[in-house]
Design a protein around this ligand. Structure first.
Ligand code: NAD
Length: 476
């Protein structure tokens, strides 16, 4: 738990924002305009469940409308409150600016424990919440486009899209009112894995940055790095899976609600995920040691710490004990402002949430564009691309045979070269490019100044400058 003497999540975001703007030359009015949250709508609604009416409280907060639609996930959790939703909405503004997704920032949340209801009950609750937001244009393809967040996923997004369609039967772009839908309901391939994939690409970008690696004290790349992950949900699971299966990382600990699993030789991410799905937790998992006080493992000996569950988990009371040299904030706001200072003073490098988990909104952007263009990416080009590549291969093989050289193209090369890019390849390529470009823009500021700023401040400087430029261009 975050200690009571720490600033709230909202205040933490403002402290980090203020640290960055103090280094900028923005007019005070513009600074204030960017910082404040434009509006927060609170809704209380009743749903008849199990023979009686239950009342729920939900929020949709719009932080900045310098670009529209505004974008940000909807979270289902008992911890949801106005302060949290506003902090998350502010982060969305900066995140979208940093990765150049053309959206303002927003966020929504419903105070509900999704595990306490069955699927039918959750559908009733989700549709009713969506109804309340849709009728006030707080879900709308041109104005406000939610996405999944903690406690929500494809299923909830699909219900929301359907609810919107029922209430706007003639809106031809209706399916673009929400992203993160299943592919058979207007979604895009690669969205479910996108945030975790983005965390992986962020680490690739970091480990290509020699100056960054030096600041964290690393001499070698990702291969063999010992990683601790908190939260094996959508984001944490995909990040851990890709890092262990594709990059040679060892996932030495997984921290979940009911404690942590650890194994120096590396945990089998897929097996742990399956176990959680069947047993609703990790406590009884047989193939690793279990620590009931899971949060202790945030201080375990490792190279990279990936908090991928919730905010405020690294705070004044445990920051000193963190041993990782690199913390990558897959969750939003996992490091409080106080802990941030302690970690910076210890020389720990933090890849900030605004960048680290931007893979989700990046692929959401692709999904929204796909929905508005009403055509799957790659559909027009794929076959034509394959035909042209086949021509080159045929010609090379003919030249080789005619000249008597007898070269043979390897089957692996032919298979890879001949295959035209489908939607998933294009999404991954667009995501990789976005994460690399955004990293470069932060790194240029991080290494290019002589006042020794940290990576988070660099990310805020880049993002705020983009938002400010947008306000200036609009004449505000
Ligand atoms: P999720 O609900 O799929 O997963 C959260 C996981 O954390 C679950 O496995 C849950 O059991 C675990 N958890 C909850 N409380 C815990 C605790 N106290 N200790 C340890 N584990 C705990 O949520 P998600 O979509 O993976 O989101 C996780 C974080 O990533 C959130 O901060 C969210 O805002 C952020 N994020 C998500 C997305 C996305 O696309 N889903 C995009 C950007 C950022």
């Amino acid at each position: 738990m975050t200690p009571a003497n720490e600033p709230s999540f909202r205040d933490s975001v403002d402290i980090m924002f203020n640290r960055a703007v103090a280094l900028m030359d923005l007019p005070p009015g513009l600074e204030e305009k960017i910082r404040v949250c434009n509006a927060t709508y609170t809704v209380r609604f009743g749903v008849r469940l199990r023979g009686q009416i239950q009342t729920f409280t939900g929020y949709r907060s719009v932080h900045s409308e310098h670009m529209e639609p505004v974008k940000g996930g909807i979270r289902f959790s008992l911890g949801v409150n106005q302060d949290e939703v506003e902090a998350l909405a502010a982060l969305m503004t900066y995140k979208c600016a940093l990765v150049e997704a053309p959206f303002g920032g927003s966020k929504g949340g419903l105070c509900v424990d999704p595990r306490a209801y069955d699927e039918h009950e959750l559908e009733l609750i989700t549709r009713r919440f969506a109804y309340e937001l849709i009728k006030r244009d707080m879900i709308n393809p041109a104005q406000n486009v939610p996405a999944p967040d903690m406690g929500t996923g494809e299923r909830e997004m699909s219900w929301i899209a359907d609810q919107y369609k029922r209430m706007n039967t003639t809106d031809i772009n209706g399916v673009a009112c929400v992203t993160g839908k299943p592919t058979h309901a207007g979604g895009i391939q690669g969205r479910t894995e996108a945030t975790g994939r983005g965390v992986q690409y962020a680490l690739h970008a970091f480990f290509r940055d020699k100056d960054g690696m030096k600041k964290a004290g690393f001499e070698s790349g990702l291969d063999g790095k010992r990683v601790v992950v908190q939260g094996l949900g959508n984001v944490g699971y995909h990040a851990a899976k890709f890092l262990s299966e594709e990059d040679g990382c060892k996932i030495v600990a997984i921290i979940e609600r009911d404690g942590a699993l650890y194994d120096e030789n590396g945990l089998d991410v897929e097996a742990v995920r399956d176990w959680i799905a069947k047993h609703d937790g990790v406590a009884t998992y047989p193939n690793a040691k279990h620590e009931p006080d899971g949060a202790k493992l945030l201080e375990a000996d490792c190279d990279i710490l990936i908090p991928a569950a919730l905010e405020g988990v690294i705070h004044l009371d445990n920051a000193k004990g963190v041993k990782a040299r690199l913390v990558i904030e897959a969750a939003n706001g996992p490091v409080t402002a106080g802990a941030d200072e302690i970690l910076r003073n210890k020389g720990v490098v933090i890849i900030p949430d605004m960048y680290a988990n931007a893979g989700g909104v990046t692929v959401s952007y692709f999904e929204w564009v796909k929905n508005l263009s009403h055509i799957r990416f790659g559909r027009m080009q794929r076959r034509q691309e394959e035909t042209r590549h086949q021509l080159v291969v045929d010609e090379l093989e003919r030249l080789s045979a005619d000249s008597g050289i007898g070269w043979e193209l390897s089957p692996n090369f032919k298979e890879k070269y001949l295959r035209g890019a489908g939607e998933l390849e294009l999404v991954r390529s667009g995501l990789d490019d976005t994460m690399q470009t955004a990293y470069q823009s932060m790194a240029n500021v991080w290494h290019g100044r002589d006042d020794n700023i940290d990576l988070r401040t660099a990310s805020y400087l880049v993002a705020i400058e983009k938002v400010a430029a947008s306000y200036r261009a609009k004449g505000l």
